[in-house]
Design a protein around this ligand. Structure first.
Ligand code: NAD
Length: 295
């Protein structure tokens, strides 16, 4: 069993760190929030006094932080210097591709193994250990990270070199954001055309309009009982996080000269929804905006 430093034990990182404790690892947690730390300490992790204290001598260093600026500051400021030469560095945060690539390259020049390993699945999957990890980095680093990530997830997929884990994450979520809006739009139109929502679902779910946004996460209540639409769009994947991912996708597209008109439109609609008070609403709640209501 390994000694693992876990930096950032918030909504996602908390559950992930606890799954590593359950797998038998010695987990040293660090977070700026005392409340976040308390949860993992109650579950068997030890609280480190700083990121450096957590990382020094650890076999693995995992970060689960809000954004690229936090991740860059953590590695460049402290973690690269504190990491043992044999340690595997794993950033699970969702951040911009450019920063992930730059950090992977900076680690390599220091002789350290690093992967970007963002996740798909929300806090329920983090708690249950059923996340999907999309991993970018050298094959040798992936081989070391894979068994650790497998203890927090149901799928661990190597996407390619540094930054490609983040690329996979934002491209996936760009599809998700756009298909959710398209699905929500279609249900509103169907309703106005006199179609019953369940009937339209039964047809479209078996026709070419089918997508995950429809059949696993239907934005109207009823057809998919587990979907957040059945609990007034509470919980699930917050619209503010969808907006963050769409912004990352559009920025990345701009950086490489890719044309993403649907992604850009999805970003503006989620921005409008967030501005109208929808930030903490599940992202399928965008249907309220399309109905002309605020969040
Ligand atoms: P969160 O805000 O709950 O957790 C982040 C934690 O990092 C907080 O506890 C904060 O105190 C801590 N932190 C910030 N700066 C720090 C520092 N310098 N040192 C130590 N701790 C620091 O956020 P979250 O929902 O857990 O999301 C984490 C990442 O996972 C984000 O990049 C997010 O986009 C991504 N993500 C979230 C979800 C989700 O459903 N919540 C799903 C997939 C991916």
């Amino acid at each position: 069993m390994a000694t693992i430093a876990f930096i950032g034990v918030g909504n996602m990182g908390g559950g992930m760190a606890l799954n590593l404790v359950k797998a038998g690892h010695q987990v040293r947690a660090f977070d700026l929030s005392a409340v976040a730390l308390e949860r993992v300490v109650a579950g068997g992790a030890s609280a480190a006094s700083s990121a450096v204290a957590a990382a020094t001598g650890a076999d693995a260093i995992i970060t689960m932080l809000p954004a690229g600026t936090h991740v860059r500051a953590a590695y460049e400021g402290e973690l690269f210097a504190a990491a043992a030469s044999h340690a595997i560095l794993i950033d699970c945060s969702t951040i911009d591709v450019a920063t992930a690539k730059a950090l992977g390259e900076a680690a390599a020049t220091r002789g350290l193994a690093m992967v970007d390993a963002p996740v798909s699945g929300g806090t329920a999957a983090a708690d249950a250990g059923t996340l999907t990890f999309m991993v970018g980095g050298p094959a040798a680093a992936f081989a070391v990270a894979q068994p650790i990530l497998a203890q927090m997830g149901k799928a661990v997929i190597h996407a390619g070199g540094a930054g490609t884990g983040q690329a996979a994450k934002i491209c996936n979520n760009m599809i998700l954001g756009a298909t959710m809006i398209a699905t929500a739009e279609a249900f509103v139109l169907a309703e106005k055309l006199g179609l019953d929502a369940q009937t339209f679902f039964d047809i479209a779910a078996k026709a070419s309009g089918q997508s995950w946004s429809m059949t696993s996460y239907c934005p109207v209540p009823g057809p998919v009982p587990t979907a957040p639409s059945n609990r007034d769009y509470a919980g699930g994947f917050a619209a503010a996080l969808m907006l963050k991912d769409l912004k990352l996708a559009c920025e990345a597209a701009q950086g490489v000269g890719a044309t993403v008109p649907m992604g850009a439109e999805a970003q503006s609609l989620y921005q409008l929804f967030v501005n109208n008070g929808g930030a903490v609403t599940d992202f399928s709640g965008i249907i309220k905006l399309l109905r002309g209501a605020t969040a």
